[in-house]
Design a protein around this ligand. Structure first.
Ligand SMILES: [Zn+2]
Length: 254
């Protein structure tokens, strides 16, 4: 690799992720936001589900040279998905509202802990965390019992209860949470550089908050806890607050 060249892998698209590797980089900006670069010259850029338009990637090298790459995001269409689920998950009963609020605050606090690891724990790449058919894709606009709700911020993998759930890559367990109203039993992993993954509706947890995990390690088992109609794994990915299509990780090769 030439000193003034970066290698980008992944896709610049809504819900997409790009991983850059370069040498002698002093700083990287996405538009006007400074991006973390690890000691080996690796950085991550993510584009939210609703990202659009042209984005500028600016790289400054140690010798003072600068390079700008234009990233034009293609338009992405999402399907509309109508689902029938238990009414208590669309309009929760009043006695559950306090619990839901506490859990929601707990999730916000947990999410705010992601992004403090300035190294690429994910450098060995990513794997699909469970065997099974993709039963629901990323980004769908969801209408639950006729009520428009948040889009689907992950993918669903249909699999029998008890199917092993594996860490998609090396990481740290930010929370292994039990019996949340919507999430059920779940695990949030921090992979470094702002990249995180979440695994919902588990029947069993095999790790606890603070544990280090390695790519392919069994962290839990598929279940149907929380807002779920049948056994499946909901797998979500974020880069800081940006909602990323988990399938994009599977197309990354270093
Ligand atoms: Zn899901």
């Amino acid at each position: 690799m030439n000193a003034q060249e970066i290698k980008l892998t992944g896709k610049a698209e809504p819900g997409g992720i790009l991983i850059g590797i370069g040498k002698n980089i002093s700083s990287v900006y996405l538009n006007d936001t400074k991006i973390k670069v690890d000691n080996n010259g690796t950085f991550v850029l993510g584009f939210d589900r609703d990202a659009a338009g042209t984005h500028l990637l600016k790289i400054e090298y140690e010798n003072g040279k600068k390079e700008t790459k234009k990233l034009q995001l293609p338009k992405r269409k999402y399907i509309i998905q109508k689902l029938k689920i238990a009414e208590k998950y669309v309009n929760p009963p009043p006695e559950e509202l306090e619990r839901i609020e506490i859990e929601s605050q707990y999730m916000k606090d947990a999410r705010s802990k992601v992004g403090k690891i300035d190294s690429t724990l994910f450098i060995k790449g990513f794997i699909k965390p469970a065997e099974g058919r993709i039963s629901s894709v990323f980004g769908s606009q969801r209408i639950l019992n006729g009520v428009p709700k948040n889009p689907h911020n992950g993918i669903d993998i249909a699999a029998p209860e008890g199917t092993p759930v594996l860490a998609t890559s090396d990481g740290i367990v930010i929370i292994a949470g039990e019996d949340f109203y919507y999430n059920g039993n779940f695990i949030l992993l921090d992979h470094g550089m702002g990249l995180s993954s979440i695994y919902l509706h588990l029947s069993k947890l095999n790790v606890k908050t603070g544990d280090k995990v390695t790519k392919g390690q069994k962290i839990g088992e598929v279940g149907s806890t929380g807002r779920s109609t049948s056994a499946h794994l909901h797998w979500g990915v974020q880069w800081f607050g940006n909602r990323i299509d988990p399938m994009c990780l599977l197309n990354i090769s270093f």
